[in-house]
Design a protein around this ligand. Sequence first.
Ligand code: PLP
Length: 452
Amino acid sequence: MAVTQLPPMALSAVSDDGGATQGILRRQALRESAARSYARALPIVPVRARGMTIEGADGRRYLDCLSGAGALTLGHNHPVVLEAIRAVLDSEAPLQVLDLATPVKDAFTDELFATLPPGLAAGARVQFCGPAGTDAVEAALKLVRIATGRDGLLAFSGAYHGMTAGALAASGGACAAGVTRLPFPYDYRCPFGVGGERGAELSARWAEKLLDDPKGGAPDPAGMILEPVQGEGGVIPAPDGWLRRMREITAARSIPLVADEVQTGVGRTGAFWAVDHSGTVPDVMVLSKAIGGGLPLAVVVYREELDVWPPGAHAGTFRGNQLAMAAGTATLAYVRENHLAQRAAVVGRRMLERLRRFAAGRPQIGEVRGRGLMIGLELVAPEAGPTAEAGGIAEAGAIAEAGAGAEAGQAGSAARVGPAARVGPVADADWEGARAAQARTEHPRSRWLQAK
Ligand SMILES: Cc1ncc(COP(=O)(O)O)c(C=O)c1O
């Protein structure tokens, strides 16, 4: 498949839609739940979309820096995704088949396994879950609990794993029995006050000491769950060395390592899976969002030794969405064949540089950080101290200039930018540089994998 240049979406002039937009928004405010979230900050009524552009019912066009909260790696309505969906519809295949085998699912599984870290792909098992990331997290926690016979869980400060009970319990901010909360390396607000490699090393030592201390108070852990880049936590990339340390620490104690790549997967961070940056091979990977090409799909992939749960241990009606699997296969293949992960690395680096230039001289932006196209701006209230939390991006003003997508992080003071992996042009020189860098990193990674 070649990289296709999308034709620009036909420009419709900003029009007066006769108040239709305001009417829809008013009715939404009257009828929808108080828990609605994005809709409060983005009073738009999308009617058409292509690539990174969304067109509202009022004819206004918007640059989408949210990408469906990371679900749209190829942007909106990419032709390969639409083609794959149409092919299923035209074939009259059943659209919903519980967990029965189908050619569409078979092709998806082939493509998914082709992208996995080789050390996991060999002998991996996949569980199709209910269609949200949070259900795949529940499945992963259940899987490791059954396999190990242990009940405790190691999770991290600032984490976000979803909104169902088990996933919420593993998320930062929860106070859940059985969950031991460990410090996530966070340079800007380092819990040890040092940041950098030293801060990450101290975080690792904390985990190690706690696990080995018979009086540490950590209930016997069935697993450790982590995000290679904390997304909702404020776009905080875990250092590669720290991730490898977590792998060593868990492997040495027979604790399954669960990588939650719901948000970081499918090229977004500049590697196909974010764990690839460090060469870490988790025991379990939780995948959703982009793997469905924009349609709902969630799976858990894991080492076959863990596959000891009984039939029906994790069930659910909507595990057989054929359209999502077809859209997902097309997306995974397109990202792989067109090296979109490397592209995300190049474009992300450039965006980081530009945003850092933008931030210079703006004391309300404490830090610009990220990996690939997961980028965050930490907003502060300089009048209250150089790193005082802004307490919500709405209050920080000025940030709209940066085209930020949504708020995240401690006290909602990080603004996230997460465009699709196809965003923007890539200069030849940048591209050559990225390919050369990839070639340099591939060698040590494969050596490390062999050593495992
Ligand atoms: C890392 C991570 N895990 C799990 C989830 C939950 O996914 P979902 O919203 O599809 O339930 C999210 C959602 O943002 C996430 O970022």
